[in-house]
Design a protein around this ligand. Structure first.
Ligand SMILES: C[S@@+](CC[C@H](N)C(=O)[O-])C[C@H]1O[C@@H](n2cnc3c(N)ncnc32)[C@H](O)[C@@H]1O
Length: 347
């Protein structure tokens, strides 16, 4: 049931709990090195009102890695007899890793040896391991010191190729700035309203959030709570129906050129106002803006937004998703000058 994999030596090892059938396959799996020294710029320090936290040692542009790290422990999110399994797994850890694990914050229990409670306070979700596609939890020495914000400047992603975690910037981060992530990870949506966010954080992490979104005056929070559900629906629709939106806008003679770009700009302002940096939302928006700007032949704006889409894509997935090529030559996009086409054909 336990494996310490692989023997990375200087890069650290991860104690894993997974079924025997998975463990047997693992010696044949090769993981890439993580190059930790190159990229890690997180420094753990005390943060007022939050216990420990992490700050960036240097500036990091949007989409770029802030740090990579091997987990101390990786285990299925649900399993039978977790207490025994975790107890035995922590016994097999190397002494420095065991000390790091038991030194982590515990928001649910006063017992410093309560490993399950340490895991529930400090784990992030990862999407399974090779050969076992169920949700797993991972606990880290440094990443588990990252505090929450409802408008986080960074995001956790699991990198299957290196079997390690990665933190990427969701917006430009300055040197010395606290690096924050969202604890909602698939449980609450990024545009969740104030009472939902606060209830979750209090129940699961035992703190009252005072981040820049939650800490606004109550009348601003009330307005925000009315706006957030609308933003959520708009941005999901834009992601799903941007083609239909663009086609209707082009075909309908009653529309003017600015109609779709203006609507998308209003959604952009709403996301900025609400400080929602969630990359999927921005990828949806950027894709629609590139489509609209290409349709009216605005090369500069199309380039800018394709480059922006590439940054958000990198934050979410680690690669540009083909957006860098579009940023270079938006004229090759299928929508290029589509606005003029029906009129030329019809004349
Ligand atoms: C995963 S740990 C983060 C690191 C922790 N601050 C430490 O000292 O190790 C989660 C705990 O950090 C604290 N925390 C996280 N985000 C916070 C925030 N925005 N404000 C206050 N406390 C926060 C809460 O006590 C929470 O239970």
């Amino acid at each position: 049931m336990f494996s310490r994999i692989p023997a990375w030596g200087v890069e650290g090892v991860t104690t894993c709990i997974f079924p025997k059938v998975v463990a047997l396959r693992w010696p044949s799996i090769v993981f890439e090195p993580i190059g930790k020294a190159e990229t890690s710029c997180l420094r753990v320090k005390n943060i007022r009102g939050k216990g420990k936290g992490c700050v960036a040692a240097r500036a990091v542009p949007r989409g770029e890695p802030v740090a990579r790290e091997r987990a101390l422990l990786v285990m299925p999110r649900t399993c039978l007899s977790p207490q025994q399994l975790v107890g035995a797994a922590t016994d097999t850890m190397m002494p420095n890793q065991r000390a790091a694990f038991f030194g982590l914050h515990n928001c649910n229990s006063a017992d410093p040896k309560d490993a399950l409670s340490i895991i529930s306070t400090n784990s992030v979700l990862i999407p399974g391991v090779p050969g076992h596609n169920v949700l797993y939890s991972a606990v880290f020495e440094t990443f588990s010191r990252l505090n929450h914000s409802c408008c986080p400047n960074a995001m956790f992603r699991w990198d299957r190729a290196t079997f390690s975690g990665e933190i990427r910037a969701l917006r430009p981060i300055s040197a010395g700035e606290e690096v924050t992530i969202s604890y909602f990870q698939g449980i609450l949506e990024p545009a969740a309203v104030t009472h939902e966010r606060q209830k979750f954080l209090l129940e699961c992490y035992n703190f009252k959030c005072a981040c820049p979104v939650c800490g606004r005056p109550s009348e601003v929070c009330n307005r925000s709570d009315e706006e957030r559900p609308i933003i959520s629906v708009s941005i999901t629709d834009i992601g799903k129906y941007y083609r239909e939106m663009a086609e209707d806008w082009i075909i309908d003679e009653g529309n003017d050129r600015a109609r779709l770009p203006d609507y998308l700009h209003a959604v952009e302002e709403a996301l900025d106002r609400e400080m929602i940096f969630y990359p999927t939302y921005w990828i949806n928006l950027a894709r629609a803006i590139v489509t609209a700007r290409c349709a009216i032949g605005e090369v500069k704006a199309a380039r800018k937004w394709a480059a922006r889409a590439a940054q958000h894509m990198r934050a979410a997935t680690g690669s540009d998703g083909g957006w860098d090529a579009i940023a270079k030559e938006p004229e090759k996009c299928e929508w290029w000058r589509a606005w003029d086409r029906p009129r030329v054909q019809g004349s």
